[in-house]
Design a protein around this ligand. Structure first.
Ligand code: NAD
Ligand code: MG
Length: 398
């Protein structure tokens, strides 16, 4: 009998993590959950350990790891508990693990995701921020260590499904003329512009089609999510920005498209449920059931498209500018965005000030070559400090 595929889920208590466990639990003969990780949600992790019996559980916070250890022992569960970034990197590289789901949110996911790439794993990438921060470095490590990178972001997974087999030879040489990156436009696509400064975190995270973590939901509302995905697409598919076009598609039924030189446009469609790209990447190159409802096109009835409104969504322009500036500029963009979004969620910063913080930080922190990890991490750190300072000034009404 062939052995089961060993899986580590980085960020198992989050939205993507829970969807991944749901898919894995449908195929117990095929996959084995080896390790689960979380930041500090001990109760969530304890429940997951009870249900999935992983060999390892990692809590990034040491105090949380200690509490989890006690709780597991009290219930007679044999999961080994590790802590900190070292623990996260360790379970990303275990020999009995074939596949690593990278589903930590933000820059915190970079080191463990890199550890998975360096260990030559099949890396299922949801943590787009890792690629935005350190795309050149990350793609280098993937190649050098023979890792297999499969996109989980629904758009990039759709693009991957519409690409010809050897797209890694260069898009032009396989006849691909354009990547059409679709986005819903988020909850504020039609909100009167003068209302935007007053919108609340509750309104921002209430996405019309997708149910996601708080940070990516705010990113969708500012369309920074599409900006990050634009950068992500360039790295994943080895192309410059001139071959990527953003199209707003409010129904989120088409998850993205690829246009070929002969005029063909291939699209991937499905209900907006992350279990489809997750199951696709877990089973690739095979297919397996995901639990997603079949798409009912008669019910959908119509598909609409429009150009993105860059005056309403300045984050889209900022992401493009950072990509053009190159080097550490995209790490600076990402760090400033993380700080600004956290301050908005804490009700300290206004929604429209998110873009102002990012624009000011990009102007202040110089872009450098991003060939070394320490340079990228230093840029991330510098940008966070600048963003905090600028956010505080705006919060005081300056
Ligand atoms: P989430 O907030 O629901 O979950 C995040 C997970 O990461 C949790 O398990 C949390 O414990 C862990 N985590 C948070 N901070 C951490 C830290 N500092 N150190 C270690 N672990 C930490 O987020 P999500 O919506 O599941 O998104 C995860 C990633 O997937 C993001 O990069 C997001 O952009 C991407 N993504 C999500 C969706 C979606 O539908 N949710 C779709 C596409 C891409
Ligand atoms: Mg997406």
């Amino acid at each position: 009998m062939e052995g089961r595929t060993g899986v580590t889920i980085l960020g198992s208590t989050g939205s993507i993590g829970v969807s991944t466990l749901d898919v894995l639990a449908r195929h117990p003969g095929r996959f084995e959950v080896v390790a689960l990780t979380a930041n500090r949600d001990v109760d969530g992790m304890l429940a997951q350990c009870r249900a999935h019996r992983p060999r390892y559980a990692v809590m990034r916070e040491a105090a949380a790891a200690e509490r989890l250890r006690g709780a597991l022992a009290a219930q007679g569960l044999e999961t080994t508990v590790l802590a900190g970034t070292e623990g996260l990197c360790e379970v990303a590289a275990l020999p009995q693990v074939d596949t690593v789901m990278a589903a930590i949110v933000g820059a915190a996911g970079l080191l463990p995701t890199l550890a998975a790439a360096r260990a030559g794993k099949r890396v299922l990438l949801a943590n787009k921020e890792a690629l935005v921060m350190a795309g050149a470095l990350f793609m280098d490590e993937v190649r050098r260590h023979g890792a297999r990178l499969l996109p989980i972001d629904s758009e990039h997974n759709a693009i991957f499904q519409c690409m010809p087999p050897r797209f890694d030879r260069g898009l032009a040489s396989v006849g691909v003329e354009r990547i059409l990156l679709t986005g819903s436009g988020g909850p504020f696509r039609k909100t009167p512009l003068e209302r935007l400064p007053e919108v609340t975190p509750e309104e921002a995270v209430a996405h019309p089609n997708w149910n996601m973590g708080a940070k990516i939901s705010v990113d969708s509302a500012t369309m920074m999510n599409k900006g990050l995905e634009f950068i992500e697409a360039c790295w994943l598919f080895g192309t410059g920005p001139e071959r990527v076009e953003v199209v707003v598609h409010p129904q989120s039924v088409i998850h993205s498209m690829v246009r070929y030189v002969d005029g063909s446009v291939l699209a991937q469609l499905g209900n907006p449920d992350m279990r489809t790209p997750i199951a696709h990447a877990l089973a690739w190159p095979e297919r397996m059931a995901s639990g997603v409802e079949p798409l009912d096109l008669v019910q959908v009835a119509r598909l609409d498209f429009e150009a993105p409104d860059e005056a309403r969504f300045p984050c889209l322009r900022l992401a493009r500018e950072a990509l053009r500036a190159g080097g550490t500029a995209t790490a600076v963009l990402n760090a400033a965005n993380e700080i600004a979004v956290a301050r908005f969620l804490a009700r300290r910063l206004r929604f429209t000030d998110i873009a102002r913080v990012i624009e000011t930080v990009l102007a202040e922190v110089p872009a450098r070559e991003a060939k070394r990890l320490d340079v990228v991490l230093e840029a991330d750190h510098q940008a966070r400090e600048a963003a905090l300072r600028i956010a505080e000034r705006l919060e005081e009404g300056g």
